[in-house]
Write a protein that binds this ligand. Structure first.
Ligand SMILES: [Zn+2]
Length: 310
């Protein structure tokens, strides 16, 4: 039998995975070797496919500890993520005073000044401090930020305290991205969730009240009952549903496509970069659908607010 150096064989082969398998059979390689070479080729092809798509991560975080900007960029570079919409969210179970949210927004402003080519800044605030929050929108807008997010649990999204803030976002065409709970409906609501956590019903409620406002329901992969969330948000056209999170159950994106559709789904990672990108590729999507979810849907929305990312 013809002996061939395995490494040379792989290096010299530029054919597809199928070609590799056929070639290895001809040379009498073991089944194990066949699988190995095929998997390697598939991985290479997948990364080429991944890098082919322009991407905006619509849910990213920065701070000086757990979510360092340079780590975000390192992941983004490897996965072909052009831009990241960053925030330093007000931590759950904290008061979220104006001093706190101003400091967090200041850090985001610093990041977008350092890397305006990569970072898009979004504002955090707390409607319990209504006047300070409205002023913070103006201050951060002047500093180049666009959009709200990731809003947290200090006040529910459909609480009247939010109305003036939503109305201001309508005036300036800002996207409003908010966190939602972990576990609900089939899955019992996590008992540790704060009292004012926003549920899918709350998003639907406020979005119907303000049909001109643009909402983004955060992370269906965040541990929520995503089937329930997609069903509740099915007929609410001004809510984008975002795909990020670390709970990447099979069929989640396909299910969301059925209920939410290609024009309202947006890609995000929430610091789970490989999962965030991988689950889009694990879904049965066309080239056009991937382009919309990775880039076009959110870029159109950002453009309405004056940010042209094309
Ligand atoms: Zn969140």
């Amino acid at each position: 039998m013809l002996k061939i150096n395995r490494r040379k064989f792989v290096a010299n082969t530029v054919s597809s995975g199928a070609g590799l398998v056929l070639g290895s059979r001809l040379m009498g390689l073991t089944h194990k070797e066949e699988i190995f070479s095929d998997a390697g080729e598939k991985k290479r092809n997948l990364m080429q496919e991944v890098l082919k798509y322009r991407k905006i991560d619509t849910h990213a975080h920065v701070d000086e500890g757990s979510y360092r900007p340079e780590v975000n960029l390192d992941f983004a570079d490897r996965l072909g993520i052009e831009k990241l919409m960053i925030s330093d969210f007000i931590r759950p179970h904290t008061e979220g005073t104006p001093d706190d949210f101003r400091a967090r927004n200041n850090f985001v402003i610093k990041c977008i000044k350092e890397r305006p080519d990569r970072f898009i800044g979004t504002v955090v605030l707390n409607p319990k401090y209504g006047k300070a929050s409205l002023e913070e929108i103006d201050r951060c807008r002047d500093a180049g930020m666009i959009g709200l997010g990731e809003l947290y649990n200090q006040v529910k999204i459909n609480d009247p305290l939010y109305y003036p803030i939503i109305e201001k976002c309508i005036d300036i065409n800002w996207n409003i991205m908010m966190h939602s709970a972990i576990g609900y409906s089939r899955v019992a609501l996590n008992l540790h969730e704060p009292e004012n956590i926003s549920l899918p019903e709350d998003f639907a409620d406020v979005a119907r009240r303000y049909p001109e406002a643009m909402f983004q329901f955060a992370h269906i992969g965040g541990g929520i009952d995503w089937e329930n969330a997609c069903k509740i948000l099915k007929d609410v056209p001004n809510v984008f549903v975002e795909t990020s999170g670390s709970n990447n159950e099979a069929n989640m994106i396909d299910f969301a496509m059925k209920y939410i559709g290609e024009d309202r789904l947006v890609f995000g990672c929430d610091y789970s970069f490989y999962q965030g990108v991988g689950q889009i590729f694990s879904a049965k999507l066309t080239d056009i659908q991937r382009k919309k979810i990775f880039f076009e849907n959110i870029s159109k929305r950002l453009k309405k607010g004056g940010k042209d990312v094309d």
